[in-house]
Design a protein around this ligand. Structure first.
Ligand code: COA
Length: 260
């Protein structure tokens, strides 16, 4: 079930850990990682005995530092829309899974990393974690559900502030605004998240699955809203601002936007 970029390991009975494994690129999400993650969740569901899944990143620096900017830099509008669709499909599969998914945020959770965390049921961070939706620095917007799930988690005002400024916030602030459930010392993060997962795994699995369904179906507008986001994300790849923003990141210089 594992691939080079997505490691799947059985932690204990009913419990699985998924580790995103591209440490040299701070675990950035490219097509391959998105596809491998989706495949892993689909296969875990088919197993039938999984009750909780922990998602984390390799290394001490990053959970996931976003979608892979190098891979996106030259994308056309349809290619960018397709990438956004892939990210949304992953989020749908995660939210539609009968087991509980817990994010263990071990460092940067930026852009697609923050969005991946928010597609999990529960988010736990270590003290070094940093959250943010920095896409506007690149001339684009969140494309894997951030414009929708962030407001649903932290309220519209804070979500606007984070999306419009691209600011990064630390773990304590993320906890304060409700973006993560708790913050633990780095050395204890996985152990603490496993304790929550193990507790959930002792509860009635059918009840947990139905709780997920009920909470998700109550938010009937999310799929439509996510489609609107994917269209807007794709269209931005027809702008010179996106080309400038991503070129500036790759060339390690500040971006200068013309507004076109
Ligand atoms: N996509 C592709 N590569 C990424 C990446 C991303 N989202 N985030 C980091 N990387 C790469 C860097 O390019 C660098 O690669 P290199 O060693 O080949 O040059 C490597 O990961 C290490 O990152 P670096 O920037 O050198 O680390 P840092 O400690 O100086 O900064 C961050 C860390 C997270 C602040 C910085 O990497 C960053 O801003 N990343 C982009 C965040 C972002 O905009 N995400 C949203 C994307 S839509």
């Amino acid at each position: 079930m594992s691939s080079d970029t997505v490691l799947v390991s059985a932690t204990e009975k009913h419990l699985v850990t998924i580790t995103i494994n591209r440490p040299d690129k701070l675990n950035a999400l490219n097509r391959e990682v998105l596809e491998n993650l989706t495949k892993a969740f689909v296969e875990l569901r088919a197993r039938g005995d999984v009750r909780a899944v922990i998602v984390t990143g390799t290394g001490e620096k990053a959970f996931v530092a976003g979608a892979d900017i190098g891979a996106m830099q030259k994308m056309t509008v349809p290619e960018a829309k397709a990438l956004s669709d892939l990210g949304h499909h992953l989020g749908d599969v995660m939210e539609g899974s009968p087991f509980v998914i817990l994010a263990a945020i071990n460092g940067f959770a930026l852009g697609g990393g923050c969005e991946l965390a928010m597609a999990c049921d529960l988010v736990y961070a270590n003290e070094k974690a940093r959250f943010g939706q920095p896409e506007v620095n690149l001339g684009v917007i969140p494309g894997f559900g951030g414009t929708q799930r962030l407001a649903r988690r932290v309220g519209v005002g804070k979500a606007r502030e984070l999306v419009y400024t691209g600011d990064m916030i630390d773990a304590a602030e993320a906890h304060r605004i409700g973006l993560c459930e708790a913050v633990f010392p780095a050395a204890e993060l996985l152990e603490k998240v496993r304790a929550v997962a193990t507790k959930i795994a002792t509860k009635g699995p059918v009840a947990i699955a139905q709780a997920k369904v009920a909470m998700r179906r109550g938010d009937a507008l999310l799929p439509t809203a996510n489609e609107l986001e994917a269209q807007a994300f794709g269209l931005l790849f027809g702008t010179t601002d996106q080309k400038e923003g991503m070129a500036a990141f790759v060339e390690k210089r500040p971006a200068s936007f013309a507004g076109k």
